[in-house]
Ligand binder design. Structure first.
Ligand code: SAH
Ligand code: SF4
Length: 432
């Protein structure tokens, strides 16, 4: 999400005659695009801000700005030198990126500037992101902004504002431009993409319709999407995925907890059974589809049985991959107001370790099932570990490393999988 936002910021700045530089030391303006999701993310931003202060010595007039979620959450607190122990020149929230050139003008002469008003309709639909730092094969397309689900632990509804969907015509335009530029994979991005709904002149367009249109743009373009909320994962969307071979057979479906009582406290709006019912539908309509998830260890009041329930569901589903976190209380969220963050740190750590260890075993099982099969791989580039090897991904979003001197980024190649670890598949190219 932030990567995609940074591409929008780069575009706004390029239109104001600024250009990107490779090193912070060469910049006149530095924006840190920030995340508030866990305390750790914010601490890292503060450390980075501290590190960057020394550049003021060599670059007088340097503008240091904090943009994104942390800017929205902390607002003027980030401008208070005494509070923060360092100077920040500018603060801009996630809906203020169009105003960055104006804010830059405002800070001239050593003043500070801030814009953190959230919008009900900003989607940056007309801004063509500047694609930088990517591999030229995969790109993100932001299709909606904000979130109104108010999961009890989550800061996003406060930092990113109301949910709003972007005009499908602009999404399709961006898709076509990417195809023209040689891209082979797009990921449709939003906090909760399966609740996408755009009310246009010709009636509403939902996510199922949108992804069908994007998939029809080019059969050679792979489509992924993230993130889906289990409560909005419809059979119609699964059937749409089945109907289009170029929609990757991989679904990221955050579970968060396997205990219905915890899910209720989290305000997730589904039970363990509801979640398992969606997994059943995926298995039925999309046999073999990969399922990945997000899990939180040690949410408020989580008992040992409730933690065990998470491990059980993980085993039942056999997730292919997971992002796993320790619960981190965020100020002003429902959980911070209603519940005590009462699971001791060492218990959170132990539960997270159990979750990670189980997931490693499940990922290894999943990868072992692929050994001996032939997978279609979209080549992304040279493997970081071994120059002589290429790397790419399967439709299931698994990383494959293989020797193949003749393949180029953007090629589709058939790879016979020979071996695996819990993180990677290794094989040989069979059609080059
Ligand atoms: N919109 C997406 C995910 C947003 S944040 C969704 O609903 O699934 C990504 C992940 O961060 C969440 O799925 C959750 O697992 C984790 N997360 C969010 N807030 C957190 C918190 N306060 N502590 C720990 N993990 C958190
Ligand atoms: Fe946060 Fe829940 Fe919205 Fe995801 S759906 S961004 S976890 S509030």
């Amino acid at each position: 999400m932030n990567f995609s936002d940074s591409e929008i910021v780069a575009s706004v700045m390029a239109n104001d005659d600024h250009r990107l530089v490779d090193q912070a030391a060469d910049a006149d303006v530095i924006f840190l695009n920030t995340c508030s999701i866990r305390d750790h993310a914010e601490q890292r931003v503060l450390n980075r801000l501290k590190e960057l202060q020394h550049l003021r010595k060599t670059r007088p007039g340097l503008v240091l700005g904090v943009i994104g979620c942390m800017a929205e959450r902390l607002k003027e607190k980030l401008l208070e030198h005494d509070e923060l122990g360092m100077r920040v020149d500018m603060v801009a929230g996630p809906d203020a990126y169009r105003e960055l050139p104006q804010l830059l003008a405002d800070v001239e002469g050593g003043r500070q500037a801030m814009q953190v008003i959230l919008s009900a309709d900003e989607t940056y639909a007309d801004i063509t992101p500047v694609r930088y730092g990517g591999n030229g094969v995969q790109a993100f397309i932001s299709i909606m902004r904000g979130c109104e689900n108010y999961c009890a632990y989550c800061v996003v509804p406060y930092t990113r504002g109301k949910e709003r969907s972007r005009d499908p015509a602009s999404i399709l335009n961006e898709t076509r431009q990417l195809i023209q530029a040689g891209y082979r994979e797009v990921t449709l991005l939003g906090q909760n993409v399966n609740s996408y709904r755009y009310h246009g002149e010709n009636g509403p367009v939902d996510f199922t319709a949108l992804i069908g249109r994007v998939a029809a743009a080019d059969a050679q373009l792979r489509i992924r999407f993230a993130t889906s909320h289990p409560k909005d994962m419809s059979d119609a969307l699964l059937r749409q995925m089945a109907a289009h071979p170029n929609i990757c057979k991989s679904i990221h479906l955050p579970l968060q907890s396997g205990s219905t009582a915890v899910l209720q406290r989290m305000n997730r709006k589904y039970t363990r059974e509801d979640y398992l019912d969606r997994v059943r539908a995926i298995r039925e309509i999309l046999p073999g589809c990969a399922i990945s998830t997000d899990l939180i260890a040690g949410f408020c009041g989580e008992t040992e049985e409730e933690h065990q329930a998470t491990l059980e569901v993980m085993k039942d589903v056999g997730f292919d991959f997971a992002f796993m976190f320790k619960y981190s209380e965020r100020p002003d969220t429902l959980a911070a107001k209603r519940y005590k963050d009462d699971v001791p740190e060492e218990v959170k750590t132990r539960r997270l370790t159990e979750i990670i260890e189980l997931q490693q075993a499940l990922s290894l099982d999943s990868n072992k099932r692929d050994v001996g099969t032939v997978q279609e791989v979209l080549v992304e580039g040279v493997s970081k570990r071994a120059d002589s090897h290429m790397m790419g991904r399967t439709s299931h979003n698994k990383v494959v490393v293989f020797p193949c001197a003749t393949s180029r980024p953007g090629d589709y190649v058939q790879v016979r999988i020979k071996e695996c670890s819990s993180a990677t598949l290794k094989g040989n190219c069979i059609d080059h």
